[in-house]
Design a protein around this ligand. Structure first.
Ligand SMILES: [Zn+2]
Length: 263
């Protein structure tokens, strides 16, 4: 593995310093311990994780009832506060902690960016991705390989995608958040309410289970925007543990062909 170490983010440099060269090497509890922070898992009321410190040592508490991917992200987030932010107490709610909340300029968003790089470092993910086709199934594979949540893995894939990819999360009440790849056409947004002819609709409202197969649908089933979305979109959806549904939208070759035929 050869690259310019100066190109690494601060979280990646930390992993590199600790000798992490493969996903299995990433021992967040070990890093926390070496940095003077004890990690405990317990049932917590009202927050997903908490950092308490006297300025020299710290205790990081993580919600024990969360799944492994979520616990690891919460630990990475509190480690960011401990290593990078003023060494005081933080109580971070589930809304603060999450890979989908990494765009704003704030202490919480910065901690999410740091946690994302600790759990899915680019210098390991980029070679892992080579030659693989973008899909939600691939996000699931990535999450298993790195013990990350599917959401964090799917966001990573979307942000690294070279093609036109949009990741969107819906609940019964509508769109919760979305992330787009750099090439996603400007002016097109995933619909705020799910169309009834989508698998995501069946997952949210009809209790269907499991990951759907990728399906090509008219763009109007998924998109809204300044122009009427005439292109077709390939979509794949899966339910998340909190009752929401994650969908990955891509403009596949077939979709591109349709678009050029119609234009
Ligand atoms: Zn926080």
């Amino acid at each position: 593995m050869t690259f310019d170490l100066s190109s690494l983010s601060s979280a990646e440099r930390l992993l590199w310093f600790y000798g992490c060269r493969q996903p299995g090497h990433i021992d967040l509890e070990g890093i926390a311990c070496d940095k003077g922070a004890q990690v405990i898992y317990r049932c917590m009321d009202g927050c997903a994780a908490r950092l308490l410190s006297d300025g020299h040592q710290a205790v990081i508490s993580v919600q024990a009832t969360d799944n492994e991917g979520r616990r690891r992200f919460s630990l990475g987030h509190e480690l960011a506060h401990w290593l990078n932010d003023a060494r005081r107490g933080f109580s971070c709610s589930g809304d603060d902690i999450g890979p989908q909340n990494a765009e704003a300029v704030s202490v919480e968003a910065a901690a999410n960016v740091f946690a994302s790089q600790l759990i899915l470092p680019d210098y390991m993910v980029t070679p892992w991705l080579q030659g693989r086709r973008m899909s939600l199934s691939l996000a699931l594979e990535l999450s298993n390989a790195f013990r990350a949540s599917v959401t964090a893995s799917a966001i990573k894939l979307t942000k690294k995608a070279e093609g036109e990819v949009c990741l969107v999360c819906h609940s019964m009440h509508g769109r919760r958040w979305f992330v787009r790849s750099k090439k996603w056409p400007f002016g097109f947004y995933p619909r705020t309410q799910l169309h009834q002819d989508t698998t995501a609709f069946e997952l949210v409202f009809k209790g269907a289970t499991g990951m759907s197969r990728p399906k090509v649908s008219p763009g109007s089933h998924w998109l809204s925007g300044d122009e009427f979305p005439v292109m077709d979109v390939e979509a794949q959806s899966m339910p998340l543990p909190d009752g929401t549904v994650l969908s990955m939208l891509t403009m596949a070759d077939a979709a591109r062909a349709t678009r050029s035929r119609r234009s």
